[in-house]
Design a protein around this ligand. Structure first.
Ligand code: GRF
Length: 199
């Protein structure tokens, strides 16, 4: 008998195309993980439609209803503990998380970022790549640690930068890879092939 599939909670804030790709890819019964819950900080996040379409449990924790980042993170932490996912996958989750929260989930929490980290952390990494004149761009799935976009790398995929690229065309090329990369990385984590480095 195959091992139980790892439970993944996906956190989104926006379009949710990575969420959709994960939902589709994990429909395969051989997949070592299953999307167990979708959580968003935005009640109007368009990506919720994918969770709904797939009949997944979904929860809105609206950050605007909290006076501080600490309060929001405290509620999110409590909620996550109540559903006890094996993996917390940030997929376009546009909130800076407090150190306290990150320490609670360190080793279980992953993020996807549209650059070849450690290059181009933070906002608009595709534009940063164009501005730097690099020949290659790409995307990274990494463990979440307190520094923004700084955690140990799990997997990356590369794309060429093509003459005439704009932030939009490059972003679209990277996003196509993101949709493959996050599934690949979550399979590695679920199988124990990628583990948060000790020490
Ligand atoms: C992706 O480019 C992801 O890497 C970044 O935010 C974007 C989210 O896209 N963190 P989507 O909501 O998954 O479509």
């Amino acid at each position: 008998m195959s091992a139980a599939r790892k439970k993944v909670a996906v956190l989104i804030s926006g379009t949710g195309s990575n969420l959709k790709a994960l939902i589709d890819a994990s429909a395969d019964s051989d997949c070592p993980y299953v999307i167990d819950h979708v959580i968003t900080n935005r009640p109007d996040a368009p990506g919720l439609i994918y969770a709904e379409g797939a009949g997944l449990a979904r929860t809105v924790i609206n950050h605007k209803e909290f006076a501080s980042r600490e309060q929001f993170d405290g509620i999110l932490d409590g909620f996550l503990k109540s559903i006890s996912p094996d993996i917390v996958a940030l997929a376009g989750f546009m909130r800076i998380l407090t150190e306290r929260f990150i320490h609670e989930w360190q080793g279980k929490m992953t993020n996807i970022h549209p650059s070849l980290l450690p290059a181009f952390k933070g906002l608009k990494p595709q534009q940063q790549a164009l501005d730097a004149g690099v020949a290659e761009a790409g995307c990274t799935v990494h463990w979440v640690t307190p520094g923004v976009d700084e955690g140990p790398i799990i997997a990356q995929m590369r794309v060429p930068v093509i003459a005439g690229d704009t932030a939009e065309t490059l972003s679209a090329r990277i996003l196509e890879k993101e949709h493959k990369l996050y599934h690949k990385a979550l399979k590695m984590v679920a199988r124990g092939e990628a583990v948060f480095p000790a020490g």
